[in-house]
Design a protein around this ligand. Structure first.
Ligand code: GDP
Ligand code: MG
Length: 439
């Protein structure tokens, strides 16, 4: 998709006669590419009008970079489409936050429930799972297996066939036990059947969730609008999770779901593993959708990510490199997207990186971020010495982040190495200055 859009824009820049007809043709080509990526047809029509308004071809001063202006107009418009301008429910500590999942069968509810419970567990919330799917044989077994792997307490029944009863009992039990995140997994059907909707509403009334999350498979395509509207009108969800964004689907359906229901996407599923859950970032999502397959795209992409560089540069000039500096650098790398895609944007690099495994690299980065997220402010801003003096800090962080002490040690070794380099650079800079002054 990105390639097609870039090709369309390139054609325009190259064509000798930059007339309005060529511009119209290019907008049409971009719109076709977006429809093919499953962005809703009506939304694309709006986009077309909006680009034409934003880029008033006749009034563009000669010499301005038309290509950049057009790309930016498309990017901004898509970003505004996935931003519903209302914020989702955020769980609070020392309170039972009940979260209920809804969605069609196979969309990824059970998998995402466990990922989310683990996500909050790692952030200090006492989390648990309730299996209210009594429809599918083996549903409870699947949840049990996932939960056991993630060391999350769970509730379910092999004999009770009424999902409403199981949901109510499970939530009541965990509320009494002072759990803070109680996630209720429900069943789905292959289609939006009456019985599914009736069941969802009954469970909702029984457990009164603080938040209902709809799970949507990224490959849903043009059906996203109708499906999300059907769920919204009965089960009134307040947030969306898009799963399988690691797959082949372009993901345009997600945009339609947000636009139709005015509901924010909170997380995206990026794989089958427990750790493959990321907070949704509109800019990064749209960048990936558009491909951004050239250097200029890369530059704009990086600029749009608002990377944290300033403090680190200042620190390095002072000869300092804290754990937080390391965390900011890791987060910058992660925001840029898969390594292979980054390499694809940098001429000559894609061949060199052919052997690198994105999945392993990304997983390692993620685990390092979890470690940082489990640290206190004091620890993050430290030079790392406090971990040597009090090694139990590492045990606590490993447990909180779902990683191992070894991994925490590795991260701190990395930070020590960077701190050593920063120190040397400072010395180097000072010496250079001395030499210059002497001349
Ligand atoms: P449910 O019927 O809605 O509960 O769906 P499941 O949680 O059982 O998931 C259905 C299938 O999708 C399983 O094989 C999952 O491993 C897979 N799955 C879920 N989320 C993701 C994801 O983000 N990426 C990939 N690649 N697979 C996923
Ligand atoms: Mg399930």
């Amino acid at each position: 998709l990105g390639r097609r859009i870039n090709a369309a824009v390139n054609d325009l820049t190259r064509s000798a006669t930059l007339d309005e007809k060529a511009f119209d043709g290019m907008v049409k080509e971009i719109c076709n590419a977006l429809v093919e990526a499953d962005v809703n047809v009506k939304l694309v029509m709006n986009l077309r009008t909006s680009i034409k308004r934003a880029v008033n071809f006749k009034e563009l001063a000669p010499g301005v970079n038309k290509k950049r202006i057009i790309q930016k107009a498309v990017f901004d418009h898509l970003v505004s489409l996935v931003n519903p301008h209302n914020s989702p429910y955020t769980p609070k500590k020392n309170k039972a936050n009940t979260i209920m999942f809804v969605g069609l069968q196979g969309s990824g509810k059970t998998t995402t429930c466990t990922k989310l419970a683990r996500y909050y567990q790692a952030r200090g919330f006492k989390s648990c799972l309730v299996c209210a799917d009594t429809f599918r044989a083996g549903a409870f077994d699947q949840l049990k297996q996932n939960a056991t792997k993630a060391k999350i307490p769970y509730y379910g029944s092999l004999t009770q066939t009424d999902p409403v009863v199981v949901a109510r009992e499970g939530v009541e039990k965990f509320r009494k036990e002072r759990f803070e995140i109680i996630i209720v997994d429900t069943s789905g059907r292959h289609q939006q059947e009456e019985s599914l909707f009736a069941e969802m509403v009954e469970i909702q009334q029984a457990v009164k969730p603080d938040q209902t999350i709809m799970v949507l498979d990224a490959s849903i395509g043009q059906a996203a609008e109708a499906q999300s509207l059907a769920f919204k009108s009965t089960a009134a969800f307040g947030a969306i999770v898009i799963t399988k964004t690691d797959g082949a689907a372009a993901g345009g359906g997600a945009i339609s779901a947000v636009a139709a229901t005015k509901t924010p996407i909170v997380f995206i599923g990026t794989g089958e593993h427990l750790l493959d859950l990321e907070r949704f970032q509109p800019e990064s999502f749209v960048s990936k959708l558009l491909g951004m397959g050239d250097m200029q795209g890369l530059v704009e992409h990086v600029q749009s990510l608002k990377l944290d560089q300033k403090d680190t540069m200042k620190h390095i000039s002072e000869g300092v490199f804290t754990v937080r500096d390391l965390r900011d650098q890791l987060s910058n790398i992660m925001k840029m997207g898969p390594l292979s895609k980054m390499a694809g944007m940098i001429p000559g690099l894609s061949g060199m990186m052919g052997n690198m495994d994105d999945e392993d690299g990304a997983m390692k980065l993620k685990r390092m971020m979890y470690i940082c997220d489990s640290m206190t402010v004091k620890e993050l801003d430290s030079d790392g010495k406090m971990f040597v003096e009090q090694p139990t800090r590492m045990t606590r962080i490993a447990r909180g982040s779902g990683t191992s002490v070894r991994e925490v040690e590795e991260l701190l070794a990395q930070q020590r190495m960077m701190a050593g380099m920063a120190k040397k650079m400072k010395g180097g800079m000072a010496n250079m200055q001395k030499a210059q002054n002497a001349m």
